[in-house]
Write a protein that binds this ligand. Structure first.
Ligand code: C5P
Length: 240
């Protein structure tokens, strides 16, 4: 499948619709995060799902297990393809998220959404981790949390390109790794912006990513569809 998930980081339904329509099958899915969800609400998720798009609902749930289970069940009702939670919520919260997705999907007679975990936010460095009481290096903490997520039955994690190879090694070939921070190569339409741990589309795939989250290199391009197609071409060329 097309591994590009485009980040619809816009605040208006009309902008989200225009991007989704323009991109069509040049991307493999749409990522809806805090900005669009908070501005427009769940109706935009339903609309994109009903239009046939695969939706990754990126709301990074992190709360007590019962509350997260309710949120994941609600996301499953919306028909999302992928949803995420914070691994730092711990094993009971991860298990509750996993079970809620499976049970609600079974009740609806639909495929279960992929439930993946955010490990360490890419904005956190060793100093920031120490400030919240974590003495491991960011990479060790990422691999620790990814392994925990896998043991709790989650489908995968979100991780920076720098961490992808270590996670792939620790968690095996079937574990889903979703990678943001895609810049350079065919994704040169945008500068690094605020991303610091970056990789080219082909570089991230070579490191073992399953899906690439790409925002501004596509959404801020003059021709978003052409930008997505160029990224896909880079991935496919480096594949052979
Ligand atoms: O525009 P850009 O390609 O930088 O967008 C990346 C997307 O991935 C944004 O929606 C951002 O919130 C998300 N993301 C990220 N780094 C993470 C997790 C999510 O950039 N660690």
């Amino acid at each position: 499948m097309n591994p590009i998930l485009v980040a619809l980081d816009v605040s208006m339904a009309s902008d989200a619709r225009r991007l989704a329509d323009t991109l069509g099958d040049s991307v493999g899915g749409l990522k809806i995060g805090f900005q669009l969800f908070t501005a427009v609400g769940p109706s935009i998720v339903r609309e994109m799902v009903e239009s046939g798009h695969r939706v990754f609902l990126d709301l990074k749930f992190h709360d007590i297990p019962n509350t997260v289970a309710g949120a994941v069940a609600a996301a499953t009702d919306l028909g999302v393809w992928m949803v995420n939670v914070h691994a730092a919520g711990g094993p009971a919260m991860l298990a509750a998220a996993r079970d809620a997705a499976a049970e609600r999907a079974a009740a609806l007679g639909r495929p279960k959404p992929l439930v993946i975990a955010v490990t360490v936010l890419t904005s956190m460095d060793a100093t920031a981790l120490a400030a919240v009481g974590v003495s491991r290096s960011p990479l060790d903490q990422v691999v620790h949390l990814a392994t925990m997520a896998k043991e709790c039955g989650l489908d995968g994690v979100v991780a920076s390109p720098q961490e992808t190879a270590a996670i792939r090694g620790a968690c095996g070939k079937d574990f889903v790794i979703v990678t943001p921070g895609i810049r350079g190569g065919a994704a040169t339409a945008a500068k690094a912006d605020d991303q610091s741990r970056i990789a080219t589309p082909a570089g991230a795939m070579a490191a073992g990513s399953s899906y690439l989250v790409v925002g501004r290199p596509i959404t801020a391009a003059q021709d978003p569809r052409a930008a997505a197609q160029a990224i896909l071409a880079e991935i496919r060329t480096s594949d052979v």
